[in-house]
Design a protein around this ligand. Structure first.
Ligand code: ADP
Ligand code: MG
Ligand code: ZN
Length: 414
């Protein structure tokens, strides 16, 4: 059976992969737990409540501090075909009345409100009669007196958990400092909350990209340099996983294949071998990985271009969970780009989805082609800023350049 949250992610928002944290948060909310999500700006916090809202059905209330933010979100959701409404002071009376009619009739999935409007006795009484399944408090740091964004109206929100005792509440913020975090957890949840703090950096994973030439030879060389360690090799096609695994075996490497076309027994046997033995190389399609938590995976090697930077981040995140030095290495060829473009064009999806998919592919290509620190690009994409990392091929390959080169760069920078 298909995962309903993935369905929503794909069909409504047009995304193939969750970004880090989104899946975990969604799962917790669907299980009825409260969540405090601390994720960097640009990380994709909105989807953390929008996806569960649509999976749960009924009404989700979103508290947001600024009218402009609410208008933006509602407009974006409506573009995606989601029944979203806001009732706020910038709308005229008729518009607010019409919105309330839709809410009361059960047509609205997400209702955006400023805290002062939500917490009026009249609103709370009216909402109590509706089928509320989730409450999201965005920009939750506004509740903290320690912060510069403190808003008195947010303090009232601490009553929510008593007014709606059966409704899961999610609080979201990009402010990560300990005092603010404790403050939010205390006020909104009386400390009883699952807190997810997310930075995106995995500094122990060395990042590298190499031009694809003879992928078999390149893979073999890489694997031999990591002899005796466990690793995951991702290939685009089922056939290729089997070819590559056989090729490695022939060259004395313990390698297994994994893809969705294999029998369930064969897949499970290979997965078990990989999980329990050390030094096994798993050559797989992306069918392999969900819920794989083996701490000592030393590398993730991509023989083909992944689907997006989100997907890439998720896939390489399976390396180095034990915190030891690990490596993410990708072969990058022009043929891969063509292939990926064809995939997108052939998909049975709205034009807007395809346009965005091409945009995400461009971002990934940017990551592959950059001469800058790769971690900066990767983290930058998720909204984090970072110094050059010193642990990617570009950082490590600071071979001294000719004078003219340095000069040219200075001129360019000015
Ligand atoms: P935040 O509130 O954390 O700053 P947003 O929710 O505004 O971030 O999302 C930032 C951007 O990331 C938006 O353009 C959104 O469409 C995009 N985004 C969110 N989740 C995903 C995803 N799973 N795949 C691709 N893009 C995503
Ligand atoms: Mg946001
Ligand atoms: Zn770097």
């Amino acid at each position: 059976a298909e995962d309903p949250k993935r369905r929503v992610l794909k069909d409504v928002f047009g995304f193939d992969d969750f970004r880090p944290g989104q899946d975990t948060v969604t799962k917790a909310l669907l299980a009825g737990r409260h969540v405090l999500a601390i994720m960097p700006t640009g990380a994709g916090k909105s989807l953390c409540y929008q996806v569960p809202a649509l999976v749960l059905g009924g009404l989700t209330i979103v508290v947001s501090p600024l009218v402009a933010l609410m208008q933006d979100q509602v407009a974006a959701l409506r573009l995606a075909g989601v029944a979203a409404d806001t009732i706020n002071s910038s709308l005229d009376r008729d518009a607010n009345v019409a919105a309330w009619r839709r809410v009361a009739a059960g047509q609205t999935r997400l209702l955006y409100l400023a805290p002062e409007r939500l917490m009026t006795a009249r609103m709370l009484e009216a909402l109590a009669r509706l089928d509320i399944r989730l409450i999201a408090v965005d920009e939750a740091h506004c509740i903290s007196q320690w912060g510069p964004a403190f808003r008195r109206e947010y303090e009232e929100l601490s009553r929510l958990r008593d007014i709606f005792p059966d409704v899961p509440i999610i609080a979201l913020t990009a402010t990560a400092d300990e005092a603010t975090r404790t403050d939010i957890a205390g006020q909104l949840f009386a400390g009883r909350v699952e807190t997810l703090v997310l930075g995106f950096d995995r500094p122990n994973i060395k990042l590298g990209v190499e031009a694809k030439q003879d992928s078999k030879r390149q893979l073999l060389g890489f694997v031999q340099r990591h002899a005796g360690r466990s690793g995951i090799v991702y290939c685009l096609s089922r056939k290729k996983t089997e070819e590559m695994a056989a090729f490695l075996e022939k060259n004395g490497v313990r390698a297994l294949a994994y893809h969705a076309g294999m029998s369930k027994d064969a897949r499970e046997a290979n997965q078990n071998a990989f999980m329990t033995l050390s030094g096994v190389v798993m050559v797989a399609t992306i069918a392999f990985g969900m819920g794989i938590d083996k701490p000592d995976v030393a590398y993730v090697f991509h023989t083909d271009l992944p689907g997006s930077l989100e997907a890439y981040y998720q896939e390489i995140g399976r390396a180095g969970r034990d915190g030891r030095a690990a490596e993410a290495h990708m072969l990058f060829g022009l043929g891969d780009i063509r292939m990926r473009r064809l995939f997108i064009d052939d998909e049975d999806a709205p034009a807007e989805h395809k346009r965005r998919a091409h945009g995400r592919l461009d971002t990934l290509i940017g990551y592959c082609e950059t001469a800058q620190c790769r971690r900066q690009i990767l983290l930058g994409y998720f909204g984090e800023t970072a110094m050059p990392c010193g642990n990617c091929d570009n950082c490590l390959d600071q071979t001294p350049r000719a004078d003219g080169d340095a000069e040219a760069r200075i001129v360019f920078a000015a």
